[in-house]
Write a protein that binds this ligand. Structure first.
Ligand SMILES: NC(=O)c1ccc[n+]([C@@H]2O[C@H](COP(=O)([O-])OP(=O)(O)OC[C@H]3O[C@@H](n4cnc5c(N)ncnc54)[C@H](OP(=O)(O)O)[C@@H]3O)[C@@H](O)[C@H]2O)c1
Length: 274
């Protein structure tokens, strides 16, 4: 049995689908029992911020697909070990490599990796770069009209399809990838304007791209997230501490097929934009 956390999210839902599609038994950790899950998963209620709530979820589990950044990761991992879980496949991110404890995003990913390394469980770390699904943040604008105003317009990112992260996760959960750190990217690096152009072609719409200035980007970020995260993303994308442009080969090497393109992601999710 595999336990998938974040099963209602962009990556977790794809992990559930990948495992269920391969005929593996899958349990999805959810915070509310009535949420929609991909077919094939049994739901179990629990909260990652409350390790005591995970008793039922951990029973009979061989491996966990685990998200980073929760309150007591060492405590939660201790419970997993007590429950005879063997392996953790942790979703962190590229900024874990920076181990920058002054950057809130890098810090939570670094701490999560550290807790897993120290847990005594087998582990595989997945460090994806920005997700292709971040384009869903443009949905409200696309419902209003044909102009997409995007943050950090000059930042080039080898964005990755969550389905590829999930494909790697499913293989790692099956074993044989212990102690490996995978840098997960798409096949090419794109600017936001290039993503919007592809999206327009896929949707059959003439989309106009407008890059936000640094000041506009900061104002938008400040309206949507706590200050420490604003500073973290500023550090990554304006100061330039995080390289998300380099294309890595870990997706094709682990899955045995090419990493999915942004066009493939957009085509698969076109209905969400209509
Ligand atoms: N977006 C990027 O570009 C990017 C890049 C690198 C790494 N990452 C990392 O990837 C992670 C997952 O991204 P995503 O897009 O798949 O996330 P997402 O779509 O926002 O989903 C988050 C998932 O976590 C669950 N969750 C939140 N708090 C929880 C808690 N206390 N206990 C149990 N479950 C909880 C949510 O469940 P509910 O349905 O109950 O809310 C949801 O299923 C991010 O959090 C980030 O750390 C993201």
């Amino acid at each position: 049995m595999f336990l998938v956390t974040g099963a209602t999210g962009n990556v977790g839902a794809e992990v559930v689908s990948a495992l269920a599609g391969a005929g593996e038994p899958v349990r999805a950790l959810v915070r509310r029992p009535d949420v929609a899950l991909p077919p094939g998963a049994e739901a179990v209620v629990g909260d990652l911020n409350d390790p005591g709530s995970l008793g039922d979820a951990l029973k009979g589990v061989e491996g966990i697909f685990l998200l980073s950044g929760y309150d007591d990761m060492p405590g939660m991992l201790a419970r997993a070990r007590e429950a005879d879980v063997r392996r953790i496949v942790l979703l962190s991110g590229g900024s874990a490599a920076l181990a920058d404890m002054d950057n809130a995003v890098s810090a939570y990913m670094t701490l999560a990796e550290r807790a897993v390394r120290e847990s005594g469980l087998d582990w595989t770390f997945l460090r994806p770069r920005a997700f292709m699904s971040n384009a869903l943040r443009w949905l409200p604008q696309l419902r209003e009209g044909d102009t997409v105003r995007a943050q950090f317009p000059e930042v080039v990112v080898a964005c990755v399809d969550p389905a590829d992260i999930a494909a790697v996760a499913a293989r790692a959960l099956a074993g044989g990838h212990e102690g490996r750190v995978y840098d997960l990217t798409g096949p090419v690096a794109l600017r936001p304007a290039e993503q919007v152009a592809v999206l327009g072609e896929v949707l059959g719409r003439e989309l106009e791209f407008v890059g936000l200035s640094d000041a506009e980007t900061r104002a938008e970020l400040e309206a949507s997230m706590p200050r420490e995260y604003v500073e973290a993303f500023w550090d990554f994308y304006v100061v330039g501490t995080l390289d998300e442009a380099t294309v890595h080969q870990d997706v094709p090497e682990v899955t045995g097929r090419p990493a999915r393109t942004f066009r493939e992601w957009a085509s698969a999710h076109a209905d969400a934009f209509r």
